[in-house]
Design a protein around this ligand. Structure first.
Ligand code: 4FV
Length: 222
């Protein structure tokens, strides 16, 4: 998969996407990730990318011209252009799975008060929000999407790392898990898990996942 990101803060991407699983996916050529500075498509002496909102109001908006030029320069056949903003549909595991099936994502990150509406109307194929809170810019949301999508790409997770049986994969929260020692500070691992009876273990895990989901996220059971 190829992912291009448009941002005013390319340096923010150094670090989180250069470690562990994402680093390995990039080294293995499973993810071709490119970070682009939006200012490279602003041609005036001050490389202006923002301006005041028509009709007044606080703050600044991202201008259409640099964004249109940048997207038109980076977009290919089949590219999915995705805006990151609080006004987008809520990003979740199902959407991560959907995006993992695509060849090319172009993530357009926001800043200031957001985008000129013509960017949303004409350039965006989709708009995603990572949650109902306001961040200083769209870099972290883009990294969240890149991380959640990349680990679903075939060949990225090794055998000991599986995405098959995890939270949300069955629409439920994950069941409680334990590792050695079986007893720690008088806290014992549930006997069923050390019984070796896999049918019983599977049954217990299903019940626990349902119970935890009912308690913490009944919305997931709707
Ligand atoms: C955001 C979110 C988010 C809003 C103002 C950037 C900021 C600034 N993006 N999910 N929540 N964006 O808060 O995606 O433009």
């Amino acid at each position: 998969m190829k992912i291009d990101v448009l941002t005013l803060f390319p340096a923010m991407f150094a670090g989180p996407l250069d470690e562990s699983i994402i680093k390995r996916a990039r080294a293995a050529g499973l993810l071709d990730l490119n970070i682009h500075n939006l200012r490279d498509w602003a041609h005036d002496r001050h490389k202006t990318v923002d301006d005041r909102p028509f009709g007044g109001g606080p703050g600044m908006l991202l201008k259409p011209e640099p964004l249109f030029e940048a997207v038109e320069a980076l977009r290919q056949k089949g590219t999915r252009v995705i805006l990151l903003s609080p006004a987008g549909r809520r990003f979740d595991q199902a959407i991560a799975g959907e995006l993992a099936g695509r060849k090319h994502l172009l993530l357009v990150t926001g800043h200031y008060e957001g985008f000129d509406e013509r960017v949303r109307e004409r350039l965006a194929d989709d708009e995603l929000s990572i949650g109902d809170y306001v961040l200083t810019n769209g870099a972290l949301p883009a990294m969240v999407v890149i991380d959640a999508v990349t680990r679903l790409l075939p060949g990225v997770l090794g055998d000991d790392e599986s995405s098959a049986d995890e939270s949300f994969s069955r629409g439920l929260l994950e069941y409680p898990q334990y590792t050695r020692p079986a007893e720690f500070r008088e806290m014992r691992v549930p006997d069923v898990l050390i019984s070796g009876n896999h049918a019983e273990i599977e049954k217990w895990r299903r019940e626990q996942a349902k119970r935890r989901t009912k308690e913490r996220r009944p919305d997931l059971l709707k």
